[in-house]
Design a protein around this ligand. Structure first.
Ligand SMILES: NC(=O)c1ccc[n+]([C@@H]2O[C@H](COP(=O)([O-])OP(=O)(O)OC[C@H]3O[C@@H](n4cnc5c(N)ncnc54)[C@H](O)[C@@H]3O)[C@@H](O)[C@H]2O)c1
Length: 339
């Protein structure tokens, strides 16, 4: 059985702890956090989605470390799960790779493209699995969309529109844009990544946005340019008004149908096909994208198979696109991504 150590017990660390705990083929044997209240389970983080980060994890039966390097260098650990603030992803991923561990590392892969490319380089030096946790690629309703786009069930895509807005999370990490990259890099990145997953790297991006909570772009709307798809747009970030509800949706228009997902309505996609009298709701699994992502990661580890659904290189390219979006907001001009 693979033994897992989770580093960083904030909102995402607790979400991952719960996802690991739901499996009977892996065992979390160690946790690390510099904050002893989080390490003991006394302090818990707030979550975007109801029910997340409310862990029933049994803290008493695992090793606890305030120094993450002690967990990484524990020979009894096979998998290191890095749920640390974004600016720390590179150094701890490097340490875990150096220690010969499999690594699951939260999104965004790193604080900037330069750091992300260092992770790509490091991942190429190990035969262990290194996977970025781009959870939307595994989210019911979203993985369905990827299949429908790829197999052209409803024809070509004419327009794709994504929206994701959340409250500005609390804590020192989220206050500091130098660490988190603003709402653009922290939350909108999910849609930047999914746009790349569906359509590849755009030839250019045109973005509008503003800074509000941090010194980085916190709310952005981007048009991604592709020869093959007339309209691709994503809006995302942190609401200036904190008590607005979390929003995650898409509307995709195909030649022969329209598909709509809105998490506030439930776990289904509404499809209206040409000729339909009524919209049809297609039920999706209730599983969380995090559980599916971890199941896929474990399958890669067990079969010694490098991940195909998401690679470190793609996660780095997602940051490249996000940085072009930031540059477009700041310059007021489209930014080319042509090599
Ligand atoms: N996939 C998703 O949907 C999703 C959602 C939220 C956050 N995230 C990502 O997960 C990462 C963590 O976000 P979060 O919301 O959990 O943050 P958080 O601030 O809630 O938690 C971070 C934790 O790391 C600990 N920590 C910080 N520095 C440390 C160090 N040097 N050693 C040990 N512990 C340390 C902090 O004490 C804290 O408990 C970020 O990269 C974020 O972008 C992903």
């Amino acid at each position: 059985m693979n033994r897992v150590g989770v580093i960083g017990l904030g909102m995402m660390g607790l979400t991952h702890l719960d996802a690991w705990s739901r499996r009977d083929d892996v065992l979390v044997t160690a946790i690390a956090d510099q904050d002893t209240a989080r390490l003991s389970g006394e302090a818990v983080a707030e979550a975007n989605l109801e029910g997340l980060a409310e862990t029933s994890f049994d803290y008493d039966r695992v090793k606890k470390h305030t120094d993450a390097y002690d967990l990484i260098n524990d020979s009894a650990i096979d998998i290191v799960d890095i749920c640390l603030p974004t600016h720390l992803h590179l150094i701890f991923t490097k340490a875990a790779i150096d220690a010969g561990k499999h690594v699951l590392v939260e999104k965004p892969l790193a604080r900037n493209y330069h750091d992300a490319m260092q992770i790509v380089e490091l991942a190429s030096t190990t035969d262990k699995i290194v996977m970025p946790a781009q959870c939307m690629r595994f989210w019911p309703g979203w993985s369905w969309l990827k299949d429908i786009v790829d197999n052209k069930k409803y024809g070509n895509v004419l327009s794709a529109n994504f929206k994701r807005m959340g409250g500005h999370p609390k804590g020192a990490f989220y206050e500091n844009g130098d660490l988190n990259g603003g709402g653009l890099l922290d939350i909108h990145i999910h849609d930047t990544d999914f746009v790349q997953f569906l359509f590849g790297i755009p030839s250019s991006v045109s973005s509008k946005g503003y800074k509000y909570h941090t010194n980085c772009v916190d709310h952005v709307i981007t048009t991604y340019d592709y020869d093959s798809v007339p309209i691709v747009i994503a809006e995302g970030g942190w609401w200036p008004v904190d008590n607005c509800p979390f929003h995650m949706s898409y509307t995709v228009v195909f030649d022969d149908a329209v598909a709509m997902f809105d998490i506030s309505k439930g776990s289904f996609v509404t499809v209206i096909e040409r000729g339909d009298k009524e919209p049809r709701d297609i039920e999706m699994s209730n599983a969380l994208g995090y559980d599916n992502e971890i199941a896929y990661f474990i399958n890669c580890v067990k079969n010694n198979m490098q991940p195909k659904i998401v690679t470190t290189e793609e996660a780095a390219n997602t940051i490249l696109i996000a940085e072009a979006e930031r540059d477009s907001v700041e310059s007021g001009k489209p930014i080319s991504l042509k090599k």
